[in-house]
Design a protein around this ligand. Sequence first.
Ligand SMILES: *Cc1c(COP(=O)(O)O)cnc(C)c1O
Length: 394
Amino acid sequence: MFLDRERFVEQLQEIEDSGLWKQERLITGPQGAKISTSEGEALNFCANNYLGLSSHPAILETAHSALDSHGFGLSSVRFICGTQDIHKQLEQRISTFLSTEDSILYTSCFDANGGLFETLLGPEDAVISDELNHASIIDGVRLCKAKRFRYSHADMSDLQRCLTESGDARTRMVVTDGVFSMHGDLTPLDEIAALCDEHHALLVVDDSHSTGFIGKTGRGTAEHFGVQDRVDLITSTLGKALGGASGGFTTGRKELIELLRQRSRPYLFSNTLAPAITAAGIRVLDLIDDEPERVQRSQSNTLRFRQGMTAAGFDITPGIHPIVPIMLGDERKTMEMAEAMNQRGIFVVGFSYPVVPRGQARIRVQISAGHEIDQIDHAITVFTEVGKDLGLLN
Ligand SMILES: *Cc1c(COP(=O)(O)O)cnc(C)c1O
């Protein structure tokens, strides 16, 4: 027995003592605006279910019939015997949806980012990354041998500095989240694209918190900023707005996608996406186009909640994204408020240091097209009552 249990027990104790223990709540049914939990029913305001498509009847129906027509799983990676017609169809559908040249599926966006940089960049190259980029981008960049540059969050003059300092690299790649999940802010993609043009740099955007619902027709941050033809690669997930099961993809310039297909390690060495998820992915993109009111509802619900909460006196970071941070500042009050909301059947999560800077604790709410208007209004009412109870509102 070589396991030094004490070391791990101590480390676990440290996590608990510093208030960083992550507790998992049990949901006993499907994901949705209304969920069943071990403590009863709740309205869910903390899922990435932006379009209300997680467990939507049409998606379930497609997934069921794909189980019958294409089976449960392939027991293979793509290039050995793991590619079905529906995998090619979904890749094609993603390319059509986002007006890109080609697409490649992964079993998660974490893998899409993990397999991107090492494949496309070598020691002669440079990768330039926003300091708040998602963990999967940070890990993906760590795996590659390119020179690394990091700019202050969404700071265009600092990005310019990185582009100037990396001037002698063979290929320069700027990579950013389209939307940052703790703040719900959109990166200024039009300005970034202009800088990339000026400095002949590739532009990669992780649009996991945008694909399907940001932009007039849900094409993401590039559509919002009118720079769809200026983004070289987009990575995104099927695990948020697009059905919420799992899966990810990279889409963009065809030579880059082809190289990923030949060399990207999570693609080559990890199992193919399950058929039910693949077929449902196609249906999700069709639904977004056939029923545009879903994207509009995500946007109008978001506006209603943001306006209601601001009118109630809460400090809401301005913006358009369904991620709505309710800034409370104080760590303890934030946890108390989240607890009180949960007790009243509104499922929300508080975030405090070190997930966000000290003194910037917040409750992060996520609005969905699947919320009814009266559910949005009810959440505002409960927030207001609890806020008054805790002395956070006048
Ligand atoms: C959620 C998220 C991911 C991970 O996506 P998965 O498909 O769940 O692995 C990657 N990048 C960003 C920006 C995300 O928000």
